[in-house]
Write a protein that binds this ligand. Structure first.
Ligand SMILES: NC(=O)C1=CN([C@@H]2O[C@H](COP(=O)(O)OP(=O)(O)OC[C@H]3O[C@@H](n4cnc5c(N)ncnc54)[C@H](OP(=O)(O)O)[C@@H]3O)[C@@H](O)[C@H]2O)[C@H](O)CC1
Ligand SMILES: [K+]
Length: 217
Protein backbone atom coordinates (compact mmCIF):
# COMPACT_ATOMS: atom_id res chain seq x y z
CA UNK A 1 0.00 0.00 0.00
CA UNK A 2 1.36 3.39 -0.83
CA UNK A 3 0.66 6.76 0.72
CA UNK A 4 2.06 9.98 -0.54
CA UNK A 5 1.18 13.61 -0.92
CA UNK A 6 -0.85 12.83 -4.01
CA UNK A 7 -0.82 9.03 -3.78
CA UNK A 8 0.04 9.16 -7.44
CA UNK A 9 -3.66 9.74 -8.01
CA UNK A 10 -4.61 13.27 -9.06
CA UNK A 11 -8.31 12.45 -9.44
CA UNK A 12 -10.79 14.42 -7.32
CA UNK A 13 -14.03 12.63 -6.41
CA UNK A 14 -17.08 13.94 -4.59
CA UNK A 15 -18.39 12.11 -1.54
CA UNK A 16 -21.18 10.59 -3.63
CA UNK A 17 -18.75 9.42 -6.31
CA UNK A 18 -16.48 7.90 -3.65
CA UNK A 19 -19.41 6.12 -1.99
CA UNK A 20 -20.48 4.75 -5.38
CA UNK A 21 -16.95 3.52 -6.10
CA UNK A 22 -16.72 1.77 -2.73
CA UNK A 23 -20.20 0.22 -3.20
CA UNK A 24 -19.30 -1.01 -6.68
CA UNK A 25 -16.01 -2.53 -5.50
CA UNK A 26 -17.79 -4.34 -2.67
CA UNK A 27 -20.72 -5.44 -4.85
CA UNK A 28 -18.29 -6.87 -7.42
CA UNK A 29 -16.73 -9.01 -4.70
CA UNK A 30 -13.36 -7.38 -5.46
CA UNK A 31 -13.04 -6.37 -1.83
CA UNK A 32 -15.01 -6.38 1.42
CA UNK A 33 -15.85 -3.33 3.53
CA UNK A 34 -13.96 -4.78 6.47
CA UNK A 35 -10.82 -5.19 4.33
CA UNK A 36 -11.17 -1.61 3.06
CA UNK A 37 -11.51 -0.38 6.64
CA UNK A 38 -8.39 -2.27 7.76
CA UNK A 39 -6.43 -0.84 4.81
CA UNK A 40 -7.74 2.61 5.68
CA UNK A 41 -6.50 2.30 9.26
CA UNK A 42 -3.12 1.02 8.11
CA UNK A 43 -2.94 3.80 5.52
CA UNK A 44 -3.49 6.48 8.16
CA UNK A 45 -0.58 5.20 10.25
CA UNK A 46 1.68 4.97 7.20
CA UNK A 47 0.79 8.55 6.27
CA UNK A 48 1.57 9.74 9.82
CA UNK A 49 5.00 8.06 9.58
CA UNK A 50 5.65 9.82 6.29
CA UNK A 51 4.54 13.18 7.62
CA UNK A 52 6.34 12.99 10.98
CA UNK A 53 8.90 10.12 10.91
CA UNK A 54 9.63 10.49 14.62
CA UNK A 55 6.04 10.43 15.92
CA UNK A 56 5.40 6.71 15.55
CA UNK A 57 9.03 5.77 16.21
CA UNK A 58 8.51 5.96 19.98
CA UNK A 59 5.15 4.88 21.45
CA UNK A 60 3.30 7.64 23.29
CA UNK A 61 -0.25 8.46 24.27
CA UNK A 62 -2.98 8.62 21.63
CA UNK A 63 -6.62 9.69 21.87
CA UNK A 64 -8.95 8.49 19.11
CA UNK A 65 -12.29 10.29 18.66
CA UNK A 66 -14.73 7.83 17.02
CA UNK A 67 -18.02 8.84 15.43
CA UNK A 68 -21.19 6.85 14.76
CA UNK A 69 -20.34 5.68 11.24
CA UNK A 70 -17.62 4.00 9.23
CA UNK A 71 -15.25 6.93 9.80
CA UNK A 72 -15.48 5.90 13.45
CA UNK A 73 -14.85 2.34 12.30
CA UNK A 74 -11.52 3.46 10.84
CA UNK A 75 -10.78 4.99 14.24
CA UNK A 76 -11.30 1.68 16.04
CA UNK A 77 -8.89 0.02 13.58
CA UNK A 78 -6.30 2.72 14.27
CA UNK A 79 -6.75 2.34 18.04
CA UNK A 80 -6.07 -1.40 17.80
CA UNK A 81 -3.03 -0.93 15.52
CA UNK A 82 -1.49 1.78 17.73
CA UNK A 83 -2.01 -0.27 20.87
CA UNK A 84 -0.32 -3.18 19.09
CA UNK A 85 2.68 -0.87 18.57
CA UNK A 86 2.91 -0.13 22.30
CA UNK A 87 0.89 3.11 22.42
CA UNK A 88 -1.32 3.98 25.38
CA UNK A 89 -4.64 4.48 23.58
CA UNK A 90 -7.83 6.16 24.79
CA UNK A 91 -10.93 5.93 22.60
CA UNK A 92 -13.86 8.34 22.95
CA UNK A 93 -17.14 7.48 21.19
CA UNK A 94 -19.78 9.91 19.94
CA UNK A 95 -23.23 8.36 20.15
CA UNK A 96 -24.38 4.81 20.81
CA UNK A 97 -21.86 2.05 20.13
CA UNK A 98 -24.30 -0.84 19.86
CA UNK A 99 -25.79 0.05 16.50
CA UNK A 100 -22.83 1.07 14.35
CA UNK A 101 -22.69 0.07 10.68
CA UNK A 102 -21.54 -3.60 10.47
CA UNK A 103 -17.86 -3.03 9.66
CA UNK A 104 -17.57 -0.31 12.29
CA UNK A 105 -19.35 -2.52 14.83
CA UNK A 106 -16.90 -5.35 14.13
CA UNK A 107 -13.95 -3.05 14.73
CA UNK A 108 -15.56 -1.46 17.76
CA UNK A 109 -16.04 -4.92 19.27
CA UNK A 110 -12.46 -5.91 18.39
CA UNK A 111 -11.28 -2.80 20.21
CA UNK A 112 -13.43 -3.29 23.32
CA UNK A 113 -11.91 -6.76 23.73
CA UNK A 114 -8.64 -4.94 24.50
CA UNK A 115 -9.50 -1.43 25.59
CA UNK A 116 -12.02 1.03 26.96
CA UNK A 117 -14.39 3.38 25.16
CA UNK A 118 -15.10 6.65 26.98
CA UNK A 119 -18.35 8.58 26.45
CA UNK A 120 -18.23 11.84 24.51
CA UNK A 121 -18.64 14.14 27.55
CA UNK A 122 -15.20 12.88 28.70
CA UNK A 123 -13.50 13.83 25.42
CA UNK A 124 -11.69 16.91 26.76
CA UNK A 125 -10.12 15.05 29.69
CA UNK A 126 -9.35 12.05 27.47
CA UNK A 127 -7.34 14.28 25.10
CA UNK A 128 -5.32 15.94 27.86
CA UNK A 129 -1.63 15.13 27.54
CA UNK A 130 -2.10 13.13 24.34
CA UNK A 131 0.84 13.17 21.93
CA UNK A 132 -1.48 12.25 19.05
CA UNK A 133 -5.21 12.98 18.58
CA UNK A 134 -6.98 11.17 15.74
CA UNK A 135 -10.26 12.59 14.41
CA UNK A 136 -12.40 9.67 13.27
CA UNK A 137 -15.71 11.40 14.06
CA UNK A 138 -17.12 12.17 10.61
CA UNK A 139 -15.83 11.51 7.14
CA UNK A 140 -17.70 11.72 3.86
CA UNK A 141 -20.98 10.98 5.62
CA UNK A 142 -21.27 14.35 7.37
CA UNK A 143 -24.63 15.79 6.38
CA UNK A 144 -25.16 18.77 8.67
CA UNK A 145 -23.33 21.16 10.96
CA UNK A 146 -21.78 19.79 14.14
CA UNK A 147 -23.95 19.91 17.25
CA UNK A 148 -22.68 22.28 19.99
CA UNK A 149 -21.50 19.30 22.07
CA UNK A 150 -19.29 18.15 19.20
CA UNK A 151 -18.17 21.62 18.09
CA UNK A 152 -17.07 22.38 21.67
CA UNK A 153 -14.73 19.38 21.70
CA UNK A 154 -13.14 20.55 18.43
CA UNK A 155 -12.18 23.75 20.28
CA UNK A 156 -10.69 21.73 23.15
CA UNK A 157 -8.29 19.63 21.06
CA UNK A 158 -4.83 20.25 22.58
CA UNK A 159 -2.84 22.17 20.00
CA UNK A 160 0.45 20.70 21.21
CA UNK A 161 -0.68 17.23 20.09
CA UNK A 162 -0.16 15.98 16.57
CA UNK A 163 -3.64 16.25 15.06
CA UNK A 164 -4.76 13.93 12.26
CA UNK A 165 -8.15 13.68 10.57
CA UNK A 166 -9.30 10.41 9.02
CA UNK A 167 -10.50 11.23 5.51
CA UNK A 168 -12.01 14.67 6.15
CA UNK A 169 -11.63 17.10 9.08
CA UNK A 170 -14.88 16.60 11.03
CA UNK A 171 -17.16 19.58 10.62
CA UNK A 172 -16.38 20.14 6.96
CA UNK A 173 -18.43 18.60 4.14
CA UNK A 174 -16.23 16.51 1.87
CA UNK A 175 -17.57 18.43 -1.12
CA UNK A 176 -15.97 21.62 -0.06
CA UNK A 177 -18.75 23.80 1.34
CA UNK A 178 -17.18 24.60 4.67
CA UNK A 179 -20.04 24.12 7.13
CA UNK A 180 -18.43 25.74 10.12
CA UNK A 181 -14.70 25.92 9.51
CA UNK A 182 -14.01 27.34 12.96
CA UNK A 183 -15.75 24.37 14.64
CA UNK A 184 -14.00 21.79 12.49
CA UNK A 185 -11.32 19.51 13.90
CA UNK A 186 -8.02 21.44 13.78
CA UNK A 187 -6.19 18.92 11.62
CA UNK A 188 -2.53 19.34 10.72
CA UNK A 189 -2.86 16.35 8.40
CA UNK A 190 -5.86 14.74 6.70
CA UNK A 191 -5.38 11.22 5.36
CA UNK A 192 -7.93 10.52 2.66
CA UNK A 193 -8.55 7.36 0.68
CA UNK A 194 -8.03 6.61 -3.01
CA UNK A 195 -8.03 10.28 -4.07
CA UNK A 196 -8.67 13.79 -2.80
CA UNK A 197 -12.21 15.17 -2.34
CA UNK A 198 -13.06 18.83 -3.09
CA UNK A 199 -12.51 19.81 0.56
CA UNK A 200 -8.84 18.74 0.34
CA UNK A 201 -8.36 21.08 -2.62
CA UNK A 202 -10.31 23.86 -0.87
CA UNK A 203 -8.04 23.55 2.20
CA UNK A 204 -4.83 23.30 0.15
CA UNK A 205 -3.52 26.70 1.29
CA UNK A 206 -4.89 26.45 4.84
CA UNK A 207 -1.65 24.87 6.00
CA UNK A 208 -3.27 21.45 6.45
CA UNK A 209 -1.28 18.64 4.83
CA UNK A 210 -3.15 16.02 2.82
CA UNK A 211 -2.01 12.44 2.26
CA UNK A 212 -3.75 9.89 0.06
CA UNK A 213 -3.81 6.26 1.16
CA UNK A 214 -4.32 3.70 -1.57
CA UNK A 215 -6.94 1.23 -0.28
CA UNK A 216 -6.90 -0.87 -3.44
CA UNK A 217 -10.00 0.53 -5.13
N1 LIG B 1 -17.71 2.43 2.88
C1 LIG B 1 -16.66 1.72 3.27
O1 LIG B 1 -16.63 0.49 3.30
C2 LIG B 1 -15.47 2.45 3.72
C3 LIG B 1 -15.59 3.70 4.34
N2 LIG B 1 -14.54 4.27 4.95
C4 LIG B 1 -14.72 5.32 5.93
O2 LIG B 1 -16.10 5.54 6.10
C5 LIG B 1 -16.39 6.92 6.05
C6 LIG B 1 -17.79 7.14 5.59
O3 LIG B 1 -18.58 6.42 6.52
P1 LIG B 1 -20.13 6.75 6.70
O4 LIG B 1 -20.65 5.82 7.72
O5 LIG B 1 -20.77 6.79 5.36
O6 LIG B 1 -20.16 8.26 7.22
P2 LIG B 1 -19.46 8.94 8.46
O7 LIG B 1 -18.79 7.92 9.31
O8 LIG B 1 -18.71 10.06 7.90
O9 LIG B 1 -20.72 9.54 9.30
C7 LIG B 1 -21.96 9.08 9.07
C8 LIG B 1 -22.75 9.06 10.36
O10 LIG B 1 -22.71 10.32 11.00
C9 LIG B 1 -24.05 10.81 11.16
N3 LIG B 1 -23.99 12.27 11.00
C10 LIG B 1 -23.78 12.96 9.87
N4 LIG B 1 -23.68 14.29 10.14
C11 LIG B 1 -23.83 14.40 11.50
C12 LIG B 1 -23.81 15.49 12.42
N5 LIG B 1 -23.57 16.74 12.01
N6 LIG B 1 -24.02 15.24 13.74
C13 LIG B 1 -24.25 13.96 14.16
N7 LIG B 1 -24.26 12.87 13.35
C14 LIG B 1 -24.05 13.12 12.03
C15 LIG B 1 -24.85 10.07 10.14
O11 LIG B 1 -26.14 9.98 10.64
P3 LIG B 1 -27.40 10.40 9.75
O12 LIG B 1 -28.35 10.91 10.75
O13 LIG B 1 -26.93 11.46 8.75
O14 LIG B 1 -27.76 9.11 9.07
C16 LIG B 1 -24.17 8.74 10.11
O15 LIG B 1 -24.61 7.97 11.22
C17 LIG B 1 -15.36 7.49 5.16
O16 LIG B 1 -15.17 8.86 5.40
C18 LIG B 1 -14.14 6.65 5.54
O17 LIG B 1 -13.50 7.20 6.67
C19 LIG B 1 -13.27 3.55 4.88
O18 LIG B 1 -12.21 4.36 5.04
C20 LIG B 1 -13.12 2.84 3.57
C21 LIG B 1 -14.20 1.82 3.48
K1 LIG C 1 -12.77 12.67 10.29
Amino acid sequence: MKTSATGGNDEILTAAQMQALEKQAMASGMVTGIALMERAGEGVLQAISRQWPDVLAAPGRACILCGPGNNGGDGYVIARLLQGQGWAVTVVALGATDRLPPDAQTNHDRWTARGEVMPWPEAASAMEGADLVIDAVFGIGLTRPLSPAVARVMDQVPRKARRVSVDVPSGILADGQTLTRDAAFPAELAVTFHCRKPVHVALADSGMAVAIADIGL
